[in-house]
Design a binder for this molecule. Structure first.
Ligand SMILES: [Zn+2]
Length: 451
């Protein structure tokens, strides 16, 4: 196959690491970025296509590192709109237990489409519900990801500690440890791709301290080590969870994490809010990643992640929209804006810049997923790009294009490229019947609630 070279010429603004001058644009050869051009510079070799980007702000594709795709079916559901985490979960578990493969496929497609339209090119999902009939949940999600041509880190979640044994979830939603581990191994063998350009990756993800046994935490860590895959879970999201850990294990959350062999660079945690100084130092030393989920944390009033202390200690920080029942949007640009504003409340306006928030949504998130081939506009990186236009009413009168994206509230990309292929053109997902998808998804959501 001859190489195809595309020049994305003279963008309005470019988000590069270290504010490198790339006003001349960049050249993509097949699936990889091969040149970054300074203002006025032309490509070294002739290009097959030239895309005039003078109206576009060019970002690396955004990377979402925590979600529960299936929850798009229970957004803004009246009984839980005003509840904090534990009652919110207990009300929703029985509804979620009725999930079917067809409904999960629709929910995943809606979540992925929403992410893609917001400029997201790689999405992690944390799926931990495998009721009878939905044993192949991750296989269903793989199909949805492939259909949209995105990249994904699908985490094989699990719940093994039911109400009968002192856990939070109802018994019909939990699985035996052996079943979980065998399915984890099967999924990794079947789908996990390694190396640059990987489209599908699998990680192991027991749900949270209050829904899994100590054994499955320890066994998942051992399996992840053997098979060289990543580990993910919810941790230190609420004070209720901290109380649960103290009562059940006699340990604070980070001590518990350490006791089951999870405190290391292979792990990334969703939320990471309630840490003391020593715990932050330990997480940093271990290189354990933290996925900041600002919208969810505000929606459930869980608290504010200590991002700057974690980064200073050496812990990578990325962003996640979290499940659509606690956000209730799957929009990575809006999430970056929420991160900017929530973190300003904690640290002040001078310390939290739009560039920092966009860095969490790109480079930071890539680190959490253990990937060095995405998250940056640089030579040799995958051509995963998000292009935004500033021609809507909300941007009129704005001056600095990068800041305008967050401050004026950009929520939809005009174009998105993944691995050198356009997946969004003129704000539309290529080859997708969006109206049909919404109609089917709405119906599935009503059926799920009705039971
Ligand atoms: Zn979550």
């Amino acid at each position: 196959m001859p190489a195809i070279r595309i020049w994305l010429k003279n963008p309005l603004a470019v988000f590069t690491a270290n504010a490198l001058d790339a006003r001349g644009g960049l050249v993509v050869e097949n699936d990889v970025i091969v040149e970054l051009l300074a203002a006025g510079q032309s490509p070294a070799l002739p290009c097959d296509q030239v895309f005039d980007a003078r109206e576009h702000v060019l970002l690396p594709g955004l990377i979402n590192t925590h979600h529960h795709f299936y929850q798009t079916l229970t957004r803004a559901w009246a009984p839980v709109v005003n509840q904090p985490l534990f009652p919110w979960l207990k009300t929703l578990y029985p509804v979620w237990a009725r999930l079917t493969p067809a409904k999960l496929a629709l929910a995943s497609k809606v979540a992925l489409t929403e992410l893609l339209l917001s400029g997201c090119t790689t999405a992690a999902d944390h799926h931990y519900l495998f009721p009878e009939g939905l044993e192949n949940a991750i296989d269903v999600q793989v199909d949805s990801v492939r259909e949209l041509g995105m990249r994904a880190m699908l985490t094989r979640g699990s719940m093994s500690l039911g109400e009968a044994d002192g856990g939070l979830p109802p018994q019909q939603t939990v699985q035996q440890g052996q079943v979980i581990l065998e399915d984890s191994q099967r999924l990794i063998d079947r789908y996990h791709e390694r190396g640059d350009g990987a489209q599908i990756q699998i990680a192991l993800a027991p749900c949270s301290p209050f829904s899994v046994t100590t054994e499955i935490m320890a066994e998942s860590a051992a399996l992840a080590e053997t098979l060289d895959v990543r580990l993910h879970t919810h941790l230190a999201e609420t004070l209720d969870e901290e109380d649960f850990c103290l009562q059940r294990f006699g340990l604070r959350t980070v001590d518990y994490l350490d006791s089951v062999g999870w405190l290391g660079p292979r792990t990334w945690l969703a939320h990471g809010i309630h840490f003391n100084e020593q715990e932050i130092a330990r997480l940093g030393e271990a290189g354990t990643g933290i996925c900041h989920c600002p919208s969810s944390n505000m929606r459930l009033a869980s608290g504010i992640c200590p991002t700057l202390e974690l980064i200073a200690a050496g812990a990578p920080v990325g962003l996640g929209v979290d499940g659509s029942a606690s956000n209730d949007a799957s929009n990575m640009m809006l999430e970056a804006k929420q991160a900017l504003y929530l973190q300003r409340l904690r640290y002040g306006a001078e310390k939290i810049t739009p560039e920092l928030a966009l860095g969490w949504a790109t480079r930071g998130s890539a680190k959490l997923l253990g990937r060095s081939d995405i998250g940056e506009l640089a030579l040799g990186k995958q051509a995963d790009l998000a292009l935004f236009k500033l021609d809507e009413l909300r941007f009129s009168g704005s001056h600095d294009p990068l800041s305008a994206l967050l401050l004026c509230g950009a929520d939809r990309a005009d174009r998105v490229m993944i691995g050198g292929k356009w997946r969004v053109v003129d704000g539309q997902v290529e080859g997708l019947d969006l109206k049909g998808l919404i109609a089917d998804h709405r119906q599935a959501a009503e059926e799920l609630i009705r039971g």
